[in-house]
Design a protein around this ligand. Structure first.
Ligand SMILES: CC(=O)/C=C/C=C(C)/C=C/C1=C(C)CCCC1(C)C
Ligand SMILES: CC(/C=C/C=O)=C\C=C\C=O
Ligand code: FE2
Length: 564
């Protein structure tokens, strides 16, 4: 496929700082970190289709912000940009820093999400439909440089070119004429070629340094340049595993990549592993579904050191809904509590399923972490798996419709969520447990968009960072640090603001699990936007780096350390 070539990193980040007075030394920068510097855009917020020229004259950042069509009942949130389309083909600039950025914070925070929900005259209906938007904040010597641009997926480029939706998005189906004229035959409307490659969900840094944006369609895996935010190429899986969809959240470490591929024909899941540096996923094992006509939706899944946990949620893919032109209340899914809910455990080394237990019904997008529970002899007796659990209530999907997000009336309409803790015994018992890991009142009964210290992935851990709720609200509106040992939470809240996933970045050399910062991007009530840096220990603000314009909501993040 034709994608814009990676630009040289000469345009990059800290050239800007040098231009604005040279690269400061350590002491000087500490002072500079305290003082306010005016945001200086480096590149125009030009609304162009093609890759920008190498030299771009400084100009004010002027993204195209589309005003949502529905405007009633906004309870003072009219200015909020979180749910507005902000089309930005390319912007980069020095950010005004308020507070003091830690000098050790040296690298790039990247956030992906569906920040563009309008095509021509048409407005998407669901949060998950929007075209992928990348935001970067690069930190060095107490300074911050921001950047923002759209990912140039085929779906995005086709929509821009034709002024209409051309591929199947989460809840959108192209009108036959748009699609047929673009991709070909009517028959392919129901084949993989009609699926979107709009990589609007996550962004991961692979062990070999490549940065990949992802969504639930396999073809929607796109390599981007973390400096320029250029769309580099498709990430091609060079294997025979096939499949059209996968978990949007692979488990990625410095050495490997684990993924789950649901099998809609013979209901089950394939577990696959890919080495860092490779594009070849290798089959590890298969789990057959125990209930229902189709596998449960697997947006994410957890692993421990030695096991992969395969959740079988009773919110299942639905072949009929996959083909329907108009969205159903549960989109491509159906709720089948009667089919049972299960958690399966696969041994990473052998691919064998070592446990398969029935659990109470649950609804979750995001697993937080999992670990092995051991007896005195060190034998693994159970797997503990934590997730953001929506009290088995599927209506959270409806709450994420843009009309609902854009029409906050002051009424408390966000459904309750909790940290759901599964305990999966490995002694052959058929039943597993699911309970709240702490009193959900601690975090306002809102819970999603989580991160942990990556050093604790698959191991016992104490802290999770997520979005919680300060009620009344229609969407998680706080940042919360969960202490799973003390069973308490510390919350950050700013009236009318919408913060995104607090992403934990450890301090180099840290020993304590919570020694680091949590970074979030906040869309503020007054229409502005900033990166918020919280001390992960105290959960107090240490600094904010302000963008010159408000940013749309974004979903998931990654951290690219400078030296890697
Ligand atoms: C943004 C987010 O969290 C989820 C995005 C999910 C997407 C784009 C799902 C797309 C799908 C299709 C286009 C058809 C097949 C089913 C499904 C994977 C839901
Ligand atoms: C934003 C979200 C849920 C919020 C509800 O409380 C879920 C996002 C899922 C995809 O990444
Ligand atoms: Fe997600």
């Amino acid at each position: 496929m034709a994608m814009s070539p990676t630009m040289s990193s000469s345009l990059c980040t800290f050239a800007a700082l040098a231009g604005a007075g040279g690269r400061p030394g350590r002491q000087a920068s500490q002072k500079a970190g305290k003082k306010r510097a005016v945001a200086q855009p480096l590149a125009a917020g030009a609304v162009t289709e093609a890759a920008p020229p190498a030299v771009i004259a400084p100009a004010p950042a002027r993204p195209v912000v589309s005003t949502p069509r529905r405007r009633e009942g906004n309870a003072g949130t009219d200015q909020l940009v979180a749910w507005k389309s902000v089309r930005q083909e390319r912007w980069e600039g020095v950010l005004e820093v308020e507070g003091e950025l830690p000098l050790w914070l040296d690298g790039t925070y990247l956030r992906n999400g569906p920040g563009l929900w309008d095509v021509g005259d048409y407005g998407f209906r669901h949060l998950f439909d929007g075209y992928a938007t990348l935001v970067r904040v690069s930190f060095r010597d107490g300074h911050a440089v921001g950047a923002h641009r759209q990912i140039e997926s085929e779906a995005y480029k086709a929509a821009q070119e034709h002024g209409k939706v051309c591929y199947r998005e989460f809840s959108e189906v192209p009108k036959p004429d748009s699609f047929v004229s673009f991709v070909g035959q009517m028959a392919s409307l129901f084949s993989g070629s009609s699926l979107t490659d709009n990589a609007n969900t996550g962004v991961v840094r692979l062990g070999d340094g490549r940065v990949v944006c992802l969504t639930e369609t396999i073809k929607g895996s796109i390599v981007v340049d973390p400096d320029t935010l250029d769309t580099v190429s498709k990430f091609e899986y060079e294997d025979k595993l096939g499949g059209l969809i996968h978990s949007a959240h692979p488990i990625v470490t410095d050495t490997e990549f684990w993924t789950l591929i649901p099998d809609l024909i013979r209901p089950g899941y394939v577990v696959a592993r890919m080495d860092a540096g490779s594009n070849e996923r290798k089959f590890v094992g298969r789990v057959d579904c125990r209930g229902g006509p189709a596998p449960g939706w697997v947006h994410s899944f957890p692993v421990t050191d030695n096991y992969v946990v395969v959740p079988e949620m009773p919110l299942r893919y639905c072949a009929g809904n996959l083909l329907r032109a108009e969205p159903t209340p549960l989109y491509k899914f159906q709720w089948h509590p009667e089919s049972g809910s299960y958690m399966h455990v696969m041994c990473k080394a052998s691919g064998k399923v070592v446990a398969s237990v029935e659990v109470p019904p649950f609804v979750t997008f995001h697993y937080i972490n999992a670990y092995e529970e051991k007896d005195e002899e060190g034998r693994v007796t159970a797997i503990v798996a934590d997730c953001c659990e929506h009290n088995a209530d599927t209506s959270i999907l409806d709450k994420l419709r843009l009309n609902n997000l854009r029409s906050f009336t002051g009424e408390d309409v966000l459904t309750d969520a909790r940290v759901g803790r599964f305990r999966i015994p490995l002694d052959g018992s058929p039943i597993g447990e699911l309970e709240a890991a702490l009193d959900p009142e601690e975090h306002g009964r809102g819970m999603d968009m989580c991160s942990i210290n990556p050093a604790h992935l698959g191991k016992e851990y104490r802290y999770a960072y997520a979005c919680g709720a300060e009620r009344p609200c229609n969407f998680p509106n706080t940042l919360t640090k969960i202490d799973l040992v003390e069973k308490t939470a510390k919350n950050w809240y700013e009236e009318g603001a919408v913060p995104s996933e607090p992403y934990f970045v450890p301090r180099p050399g840290a020993v304590d699990e919570d020694d680091g910062v949590a970074i979030s991007m906040v869309s503020a009530k007054d229409g502005s936007g900033y990166a918020l840096v919280l001390d992960a220990k105290t959960f107090e603000e240490v600094a904010r780096a302000k963008f010159p314009y408000g940013l749309p909501y974004g979903l998931h993040c990654c951290w690219v350390p400078r030296d890697k």
